[in-house]
Design a protein around this ligand. Structure first.
Ligand code: AR6
Length: 165
């Protein structure tokens, strides 16, 4: 069974098989963690992303990691928070499910997730942590062996730790 860890820090520095990006449907970069990933991966990343043709909300597409220590990037398009009545929880859960399914298909042994949708997209942090932890626990399989929730701030890390305790 996989183990789950919570760490506080910058996901672009993690030497795991794959990191997950909180992307937008263009898959061509943006602010927040997406901007940090594109800056560190370098310009070859956006060239590969242009070939992907974008992604719908709740979908995940994979690229190489280029100059990142991670070998792959799983680009997940989280939902914009609209108050909770627009299927946001299911769309957010879909990001976690589909990222894990891609990880299994590509024999990815370690994967790190940021707190998708909780920055620019405005998803309440506690509710997003509920979805993240519940969905990852429900889909725990032999691969990936290690799932990391990489939280940028201590408040988010505490929310995850409380839900995993
Ligand atoms: N490492 C880990 N987590 C980070 C990092 C980092 N380097 N930087 C930010 N976070 P956000 P969203 C956290 O806004 O809400 C972009 O423009 C951040 O504190 O990056 O899904 C995209 O192109 C927060 O907890 O993503 C989309 O247009 C979490 O990552 C839009 O923003 C997600 O915040 C997506 O918005």
């Amino acid at each position: 069974m996989a183990s789950i860890e919570v760490i506080k820090g910058d996901i672009t520095g993690l030497a795991v098989d794959a990191i997950v990006n909180a992307a937008n449907s263009s898959l061509l970069g943006g602010g927040g963690v997406d901007g940090a990933i594109h800056r560190k991966a370098g310009p070859d990343l956006v060239h590969e992303c242009r070939l992907l043709g974008g992604a719908k909300t709740g979908e995940v597409k994979m690229t190489k990691g280029y100059r990142l220590p991670a070998r792959f990037i799983l680009h997940a398009v989280g939902p914009v928070w609209q108050g909770g009545g627009a299927n946001e929880a299911e769309l957010l859960a879909s990001c976690y499910r589909k990222a894990l399914a891609l990880a299994v298909r590509h024999e990815i042994k370690s994967v790190a997730f940021p707190a998708i949708s909780t920055g620019i997209y405005g998803y309440p942090k506690g509710e997003a942590a509920d979805v993240a932890v519940t969905t990852v626990k429900a889909h725990l399989a032999p691969l990936p062996q290690l799932v990391i929730f990489c939280c940028f701030d201590e408040e988010t890390a505490a929310l995850y730790r409380a839900r995993l305790a």
